[in-house]
Design a protein around this ligand. Structure first.
Ligand SMILES: Nc1ncnc2c1ncn2[C@@H]1O[C@H](COP(=O)(O)OP(=O)(O)OP(=O)(O)O)[C@@H](O)[C@H]1O
Ligand SMILES: [Mg+2]
Length: 422
């Protein structure tokens, strides 16, 4: 089918032609159609049967521009091709963590999928201080399964190169990441966010810190050149839909092959941004304690599961039986995970700054109305970004990282809490 932009009027007849969708919605039934409207890039419709709203699907369509800006900001709709391919692959690798696909059409840039009706966006839950008992465990598992199984440790060489070929042309969204995470926040740029005290800090302590900038550039180089595994590449708390007992990952339109630590660092950074925001949203540190524990669990579960998958794996592009003695293999694994850990901390540091001074900040903080309070929290995030970027290759264990984060936040908590509640 050739491309056309769907709308409320044309959706019913389009959906009526899709057997798996008709299975759910029935034939010719009256439909309630709601455009979600909280996405920046694409149109997302919730489609429910009017007389039985539990029978519902979600349809997402990319348009050849940025939805929130309009045609003035062209952006190739091919991003949906990569979201479709990413979701198809995740449905094979981690079916419990992603929506089921009812229909995927690369020509129409359309995806019809499972409606997650009892789930909310994790960021919204975290702003309200909701505890999700499974989150660290689920995210760590998702990361290990997707990253190991698409890496050169988990696949044979030819099969893997063919898979990579299906994602290499996600060029426009890769460029967005290159610029908005690794470039513009480091310089004065019109796309950056502005809040005077935060701007002042960024000018004096970030954009003139040569070592910080060179290290971010090194991480950018990793992002551009390393092809460790298939990344989600936009894994933040707005890309997770959750309830008490389930975790779903959505919105993989940035999917491409990149460095292991990028997805892990980005999601941990979003937990830390939430931690900082709870100096404002909470009266005490109990929710922050939960956030930190879960953030550290993401790494701990990732590492344990990654190693377990490695132990089960037969020959791969990287290793064949007989190449390494047991002690050599143990040392190789130790170095391998340590490299991922260092990169994770580095990417986490970059994400903290990008979500603070770059375009598209996090609602956890940007939605706080008082600019001065906001800037105190923003400066805290920039200080933490500096600490992590400057130290990322010297922190060798999760225990050390946790101790460093606790010391960092402890040293600021009295000031941030008392000012904010005062
Ligand atoms: N399968 C689903 N079930 C229920 N709601 C969904 C589903 N997929 C998306 N949504 C809702 O639609 C919103 C936008 O979806 P998504 O993030 O995929 O769109 P996007 O245009 O790519 O947005 P972004 O600006 O975050 O890139 C989500 O925040 C969520 O509220
Ligand atoms: Mg998106």
């Amino acid at each position: 089918m050739s491309y056309s932009i769907l709308d409320r009027a044309s959706l019913p007849s389009y959906l009526g032609e899709l057997p798996d969708v008709v299975n759910i919605l029935g034939e010719g039934a009256e439909l309630d159609i709601e455009e979600v409207g909280d996405g920046n890039l694409n149109y997302v419709y919730k489609v429910r049967r009017a007389d039985d709203p539990e029978r519902a699907i979600v349809l997402k369509q990319a348009v050849p521009y940025l939805r929130m800006v309009g045609e003035a900001w062209p952006l190739s709709r091919q991003r949906m091709t990569f979201e479709i391919r990413g979701l198809q692959l995740y449905n094979q690798l981690v079916p419990d963590f992603v929506p089921r696909i009812y229909h995927a059409d690369e020509d129409m840039s359309v995806l019809a999928m499972q409606f997650l009706d009892s789930h909310i966006i994790l960021r919204h839950g975290m702003i309200k201080g909701v505890v999700y008992p499974r989150i660290g465990q689920d995210v760590g598992t998702f990361l290990a399964e997707t990253l190991f199984k698409t890496s050169a440790l988990g696949m044979e060489s030819i099969e893997r190169r063919r898979l990579m070929d299906r994602f290499t042309l996600n060029d426009e969204l890769c460029k967005l990441t290159e610029e908005f995470i690794f470039t513009f926040p480091l310089m004065e740029h019109e796309s950056n966010y502005s809040n005077s005290a935060t701007d002042e800090f960024a000018r004096r302590h970030l954009r003139t810190d040569t070592e910080y900038k060179l290290r971010v550039l090194k991480l950018k180089e990793l992002f551009i050149t390393k092809t460790d595994a298939l990344l989600h590449a936009d894994l933040h708390t707005g890309s997770l839909m959750v309830n008490e007992s389930e975790t779903y990952v959505i919105d993989m339109e940035f999917a491409y092959f990149g460095p292991f630590g990028f997805d892990i660092g980005k999601i941990i950074a979003n937990f830390l941004l939430s931690y900082t925001s709870h100096f404002h949203h909470s009266d005490d540190d109990s929710y922050q304690e939960w956030i930190l524990t879960e953030a550290m669990k993401i790494w701990r579960v990732f590492e344990a599961r990654f190693l377990a998958l490695w132990a089960e794996q037969g020959d791969s592009a990287m290793l064949i039986d007989g190449l390494l003695a047991d002690d050599e293999l143990a040392e190789y694994k130790r170095r391998f995970l340590l490299d991922i850990f260092h990169d994770t901390i580095g990417f986490c540091g970059c994400s903290l700054a990008r979500r603070t001074v770059g375009i598209a900040g996090v609602a956890d903080i940007r939605d706080i109305p008082d600019a001065q309070r906001r800037s105190e929290l923003e400066i805290t995030n920039l200080e933490l970004s500096k600490l992590l970027v400057l130290q990322h290759d010297k922190i060798d264990s999760i225990e050390d990282l946790e101790a460093m984060l606790r010391a960092f936040y402890d040293s600021r908590s009295t000031k941030l809490r008392s000012h904010i509640s005062g």
